[in-house]
Design a protein around this ligand. Structure first.
Ligand code: DAH
Length: 342
């Protein structure tokens, strides 16, 4: 096959850019390139001619390869040199990097932490893998207590489990600080449960726990604190009501509701039943109560001298309410179209 070596070498020598050189490489050495074709043609020659022709074609391939790589070195050096000798235009617009932003649930958590910080609270943290004792027993949820069913979960070895609520942090913090009262903490963090997923439930979610222990703490302190917090997060006109409930670790126990952010507590929206609160005017937000005296005893605090309140609620639900999101699962999907709205 006729391939003109000197013509190829001249074209390589005259290439003026790396792109042009790449086109030549494809034209000569690519799958359909002329050198490749002449190598392939050898198979069809009479055996006596193959040896000579093969040697020649291989030598040609090597020579072309060497010429291409020498020219490539020359051209890239030239490109770098010309870039270096061109003065930089400091007024040219920069390329803006794509910046992320805080996740809506983080925004709400930070707002909450900030509100409590202003009320003199510290932020406490605990491990996500807890002992059964911290997560349940110390909070008066014994092995056979029916309240364990409400927080059905996965168990790990040796009486450990992924914590089912941030209430475990109360126990750890009181044990560590019982000699250093009063206590005023909030504990945000992730919790894990064996849940069937739906628009309002997920196997892993955030909670924020609060705990105050001091002399003379009463239910009205709890109500005032929750009201202050809800006004800060949902708006100045928000009202809070407490309803009777049951948790093993508080006595009395309450459920905390806030006035609906959409219908402002009226239960009606443009003459129809409000879809967020289903017409009740109230939104259920979390649990709370006065710390059970036996819980204080369990960590070595004397309930004859000290009392306390505690509360726990879910920032995802708060974020969903605040931003009008129907399905909390959206928060944890890698869906930028959704997340970028906040
Ligand atoms: N731990 C409860 C839950 O996960 C919430 C809760 C209720 C926390 C009452 C408290 C409390 O501190 O006093 O459902």
């Amino acid at each position: 096959m006729a391939v003109d070596k000197s013509e190829m070498l001249t074209s390589i020598a005259n290439a003026s850019s790396l792109t042009e050189l790449e086109d030549l490489r494809v034209a000569y050495l690519g799958r359909k390139g002329s050198v490749t074709q002449s190598l392939k043609a050898i198979g069809g020659m009479p055996p006596s001619e193959r040896g000579e022709a093969g040697k020649a074609a291989n030598a040609l391939r090597l020579e072309i390869e060497a010429a291409l790589s020498a020219k490539e070195g020359e051209l890239s050096r030239a490109e770098v040199e010309s870039a270096l000798s061109t003065p930089m235009d400091v007024t040219a617009p920069g390329e803006a990097p794509r910046l992320g932003h805080r996740h809506p649930v983080s925004v709400v958590l930070e707002e909450l932490v900030d509100l409590f910080w202003q009320m003199g609270y510290q932020v406490a943290e605990g491990p996500e893998v807890e002992t059964e004792w911290h997560n349940f027993e110390a909070l008066l949820v014994g092995k056979d207590h029916p309240a364990r069913d409400m927080q059905d979960t996965f168990y790990l070895e040796e009486a450990h489990l992924p914590r089912t609520h941030t209430s475990a942090v109360q126990i750890r913090y009181m044990q560590e600080h019982k000699g250093d009262l009063p206590i005023r903490i909030v504990a945000p963090g992730k919790v894990y449960r064996n849940e069937d997923e739906d628009a309002r439930h997920s196997w892993s979610f955030y909670q924020i726990e609060g705990l105050v222990v001091d002399q003379g703490i009463s239910l009205s302190d709890l109500k005032g604190t929750l009201e202050q917090m809800m006004r800060g997060i949902l708006g100045e006109n928000t009202k809070v009501r407490l309803r009777s409930n049951y948790f093993p670790y508080t006595e009395p126990s309450v459920e905390m509701d806030a006035t609906c952010v959409i219908c402002a507590g009226s239960g009606k929206l443009a003459g129809k039943v409000c879809h967020l609160c289903s017409g009740t005017g109230w939104l259920e937000l979390g649990g709370a109560g006065m710390v059970h005296p036996q819980v204080l005893r369990n960590v070595g605090i004397d309930p004859e001298i000290y009392s306390g309140f505690a509360f726990g609620f879910g920032p995802e639900r708060l974020a969903a309410i605040k931003y009008g999101v129907d399905d909390v699962r959206e928060f944890w999907r890698p869906n930028f179209k959704f997340l970028e709205q906040f």
